[in-house]
Design a protein around this ligand. Structure first.
Ligand SMILES: [Fe+2]
Length: 182
């Protein structure tokens, strides 16, 4: 089945209890919805569902990321196309066979880690918001390897490359996407 966003949230909450993970899922979901409006407007709910479910296994099975996720989604009767799209964000990082090919999958791959970096950069501002956050200040943080060190620059770079976007374009668009969630 292709779950609605509400149904996907119920599935997500079976395996995710921590605020950090629930918040990340909802940020990535909202970011995917923003990008869908530009690239695939008729399927924006679908993109949002993929974003919501992409890390479903990470709280309980961090060492089997994307492999367990595939199982959990299948057990819940989630459509194979969503499983594929959601798990492809781990391609080349964890042992998942699904390579990002559709623009939705490439955007998920590129924006996932970047939302963490942008969120951390926003928190450094007096406003604690992305509304007055500029590409240049995110780039500065991006170059500082110690800042939000858990957000892999290699993955972000490789995501921009897959999309054929510059890093500035990717960061700029992802900031705009995150502003819609403020
Ligand atoms: Fe993620």
């Amino acid at each position: 089945m292709i779950p609605t966003l509400e149904e996907a949230q119920i599935i997500l909450e079976k395996y995710n209890k921590e605020d950090f993970h629930l918040r990340h899922a909802s940020v990535v979901s909202g970011v995917m919805r923003y990008f869908a409006k530009k690239h695939d407007p008729e399927r924006s709910e679908y993109w949002a569902v993929v974003g919501l479910l992409h890390d479903i296994d990470f709280e309980i099975y961090p060492d089997e990321h994307c492999v367990k996720g595939e199982e959990l989604l299948r057990e819940n009767g989630v459509d194979e196309s969503i499983i594929r799209a959601a798990m492809s964000h781990g391609f080349g990082i964890v042992p998942t066979p699904h390579e990002p090919t559709h623009i939705m999958e490439k955007i998920l791959f590129a924006a996932d880690e970047l939302t963490g970096l942008i969120g951390a950069a926003a928190l450094m501002r007096p406003s604690k918001s992305t509304l007055d956050l500029e590409v240049s200040s995110v780039k500065k943080k991006y170059k500082d390897k110690k800042f939000a060190a858990g957000c892999s620059r290699d993955v972000i770079n490789s995501g921009a490359e897959k999309l054929g976007w510059t890093l500035d374009e990717l960061i700029g668009e992802t900031i705009l996407a995150m502003r819609t969630l403020e």
